[in-house]
Design a protein around this ligand. Structure first.
Ligand SMILES: Cc1cc2nc3c(=O)[nH]c(=O)nc-3n(C[C@H](O)[C@H](O)[C@H](O)COP(=O)(O)OP(=O)(O)OC[C@H]3O[C@@H](n4cnc5c(N)ncnc54)[C@H](O)[C@@H]3O)c2cc1C
Length: 261
């Protein structure tokens, strides 16, 4: 029987772009370019490697996000995933981590799965909580923060590296795992992969497809509220030390003044 892998991939604002808050204190996602969260590329890579080792496997990439989030799905498809699901609904605006995990869990149940692979954290919210929330909602084991992962005979195994020890962990499928940026370099999409991705199926679901009500998600359903947000001040020019024989001394004085040394 085919091993059904669902990879959760998030479309995030480009960190190198100019990011703003919208009037309702949510992140302004319309005004900035986005991309597949880099940490989720590792999750796609691990899914591809597990699928390569399996007799028969199918990888579905899943995102909850605005219209442009399709770009993240296309990237994952061009890396080699088989199909994609995009959950998009205007009522998702302002959804927090708890709401996001609810929508993802409903979509994963509807899609059918044996193994869910997530990134260790998104590169914008960086809460690192969604995989655990997902496992709880799905009622399956979670094996998080793996730097090595494999599947054999209905069991997912992996290594979690801590500061003082490495643990070998395993769980019976179905299960949720998350992988770190130490799990192995993510492949670049090949030209063939990019062309093939254009023909791969992308399903779009809204809240009604998942039997969810608007009040369960979005700002209305959020457990967290942003009270205030202040744009970080623009960076000021750095101090330039001109070396006219005393450069080293001046540099040391500057570093000491800043308490770096
Ligand atoms: C349209 C939209 C509007 C939102 N508005 C707000 C807002 O105004 N305020 C607010 O607090 N939050 C908002 N969120 C939710 C927020 O952006 C995060 O998705 C959510 O809080 C999860 O936290 P995180 O990104 O830190 O996830 P983490 O827990 O750091 O993510 C870990 C992993 O979970 C998976 N994952 C997380 N999010 C998604 C996703 N959306 N799709 C697929 N996989 C995912 C990825 O595999 C990721 O690597 C919104 C989300 C969406 C989709």
């Amino acid at each position: 029987m085919s091993l059904r892998i669902v990879v959760t991939v998030k479309y995030v604002p480009d960190a190198t772009g100019d990011r703003h808050f919208a009037d309702d204190l949510t992140v302004d996602r319309d005004d900035v370019d986005g991309l597949l969260s880099e940490l989720d590329e590792y999750a796609v890579e691990q899914a591809l490697q597990i699928a390569d080792e399996a007799d028969d496997a199918e990888i579905t990439v899943l995102t909850v996000g605005p219209e442009d989030a399709k770009d993240a799905l296309r990237k994952a498809l061009s890396m080699g995933a088989d199909k994609a699901i995009h959950v998009e609904d205007d009522d998702l605006h302002g959804t927090d981590a708890i709401g996001t995990s609810l929508v993802l869990a409903k979509a994963i149940e509807k899609a059918g799965y044996d193994l869910v692979i997530s990134g260790m954290a998104s590169t914008d919210g960086t809460m690192g909580v969604v995989p655990a929330l997902l496992a709880e909602r799905l009622g399956v084991p979670q094996v998080t923060l793996l730097s090595e992962v494999s599947v054999e005979d209905g069991v997912v195994k992996g290594r979690r590296d801590g500061d003082s020890a490495s643990e070998q962990l395993e769980a019976s499928l179905p299960a949720v795992v998350s992988v770190t940026d130490q799990s192995g370099e993510a492949r670049y999409p090949s030209f063939k992969g990019i062309m093939a991705a254009k023909k791969k199926p992308v399903e779009s679901w809204d809240l009604s497809d998942l039997d969810l009500e608007a009040g369960e998600v979005g700002l209305e359903g959020a457990y967290t509220v942003v009270d205030s947000a202040t744009q970080r001040p623009a960076r000021t020019a750095g101090t330039i030390v001109k070396d006219e024989g005393e450069g080293g001394k001046q540099l040391a004085e500057f570093l000491a003044g800043q308490k770096f040394i």
